[in-house]
Design a protein around this ligand. Sequence first.
Ligand SMILES: Cc1cc2nc3c(=O)[nH]c(=O)nc-3n(C[C@H](O)[C@H](O)[C@H](O)COP(=O)(O)OP(=O)(O)OC[C@H]3O[C@@H](n4cnc5c(N)ncnc54)[C@H](O)[C@@H]3O)c2cc1C
Length: 575
Amino acid sequence: RLVFSPSELTQTEYDFVIVGVGTAGSVLASRLSEDPSVSVLAIEAGGSNEDVLATIAPFLAVSLPGTSVDWNYTTPPIEGYNNRTLGYTRGYGLGGSSVLNLLTWNRGSIDLWNRWASLTGDSGWSWDAMEPYWLKVDNFVSQNATGKYDPLAHGYSGEVNTSLPGWPTELDPLVCKASAELGGRFAWTQDHNSGTFLGTSYMQSAIGGGERSSAATAYLYPVIERANLDVLVNTRVAKLVEGSSKSGTLSFTSAVLSQGPEDEGVTINAAKEVILSAGVFGTPQILQLSGIGAKSSIENLGISTIVDLPDVGEFLKDHPAVAAYYLVNSNNTFDSLLRNSTLFADTLAEWQATRSGRFVDSPANTYTFLRWPEESDIYAIHGDPSSGETSGHMEVIFVDGFAQFGPLAQPAEGSFLTLLAGVVSPTTNGSVTLNTTNIFDQPTIAPDFIASEFDQATMVQVLKDVETFMNASAWKDFIIGPYGDFANATTDALKLQFVRKYGSNINHPVGTARMSPREASWGVLDAELLVKGTSGLRVVDASVFPTIPESHTQAPVYMVAERAVDLIKAKHLLS
Ligand SMILES: Cc1cc2nc3c(=O)[nH]c(=O)nc-3n(C[C@H](O)[C@H](O)[C@H](O)COP(=O)(O)OP(=O)(O)OC[C@H]3O[C@@H](n4cnc5c(N)ncnc54)[C@H](O)[C@@H]3O)c2cc1C
């Protein structure tokens, strides 16, 4: 049941206390409460966004950042981006970021999962071992699209509805044609979710029947009335405190719940485990506030270090990206839709009446992942930071209109094509550190985009790849020419300047509580996601990723959560 205040809770102890009911937290709340003998409390900082139209209609997703469903974080000035600050979007409310993300559905490459198995020393994270969890999550509903996907690469009875684009755009055949014309690194790939995230393909998304499928709609809402599940909203976990000590280790099985900066809070206990699923910024913040983190940084705020784990909040990785715009010869891009309120209202009405039309998709239908060319000397200079040959170094997303991404707003006139270009194997590390001891104050989230030479060189390379792709003759009747400062970014140095001026990110942060082998001196969690040096405390969300996927991140979060459920059920002998 949904609960709005800690005072409405009828118990002070539950078997499991889940902190953050976002993407991973919704999976855990749903799966752990499958066993009726188990009691579960899931605590979410935000509320329910079930009725917010833009969280349901896929095309409107781009309007969600900066609204009440967003945490609205801000970064400090980022040196690599000419000391600009960026807004950093994270989902606030049930379903977390799965409710406002841009829906792209990527499983991660074969090498990504095998690398995680090797880094953690646990073959359970390998591509083969994770296949059952992918099948538990994926419910691919575009079965009639023969030739456009690999039927063997999908699940058909998982929880999240997934599909190919439902509203074809004029760009789709042009992207296919340019890919066929250029071949090589740009060649067509039937289905990235087969395991090789390289080449050009149709985008698959977490959409079914023209609506977003989120962790909230797929996992949480269908079970929210279970008698053994309390979902407490509008409440933050301010910190964890030591519960009774088990087997000589420090047991963090009590959580302090708070509804405002002045609220002293109430304490709730977990008989079995506290599971942190507060996301890549919330999880390290709670750990640090609880005295689990780098001694050198938390003691500055007067917090006593209970477990000295220097990697908490470190190794923040995200995909830097920049938008390159082209003016196009067309009246069909979504530019006219955004400028014409009658057309917009009619398109919305069509979606509301029949779940059809342009609003059934996010604004992109096709994209490409690329590796640096084999002959490039980048490998000799920097090595290969990607997971391996099934993973890319860069990505380009094709958007059929002017997508506002970064500081440029949609011009008053003209039709556009946006190429969102970025690095998917960045080597730059950022961090999340506390500013104050209050959970209601934002921590410092410093992604430090393009600080490394590899990331700078790769941003330049992907913009060259954009030009190569757009020089294919397939575009000759469609493209008028590059728009704005991108037209003048004709050298490597000017391209880097362009990135510094307009670069942003694609909202895929991971890694702030990395898993590692239990005995390793690095990392925050062991391979079963338990916080090192503690008992009864686990982390399950994007912060556990030991490396950044060279693809979009939500499906791996769902898969990690599904495996975590099995680990937890096995440990506590649950059904
Ligand atoms: C704008 C945007 C676009 C994206 N686009 C894509 C895409 O197209 N494809 C893709 O694969 N991925 C995309 N992503 C990334 C993807 O959505 C995330 O990787 C994934 O959802 C993260 O899941 P999570 O469980 O780690 O965190 P979240 O889903 O963010 O969940 C964390 C939850 O914890 C709650 N919380 C935090 N602190 C506390 C606290 N102290 N107490 C209680 N609750 C707390 C939060 O409110 C939130 O509900 C996008 C993300 C964003 C923001």
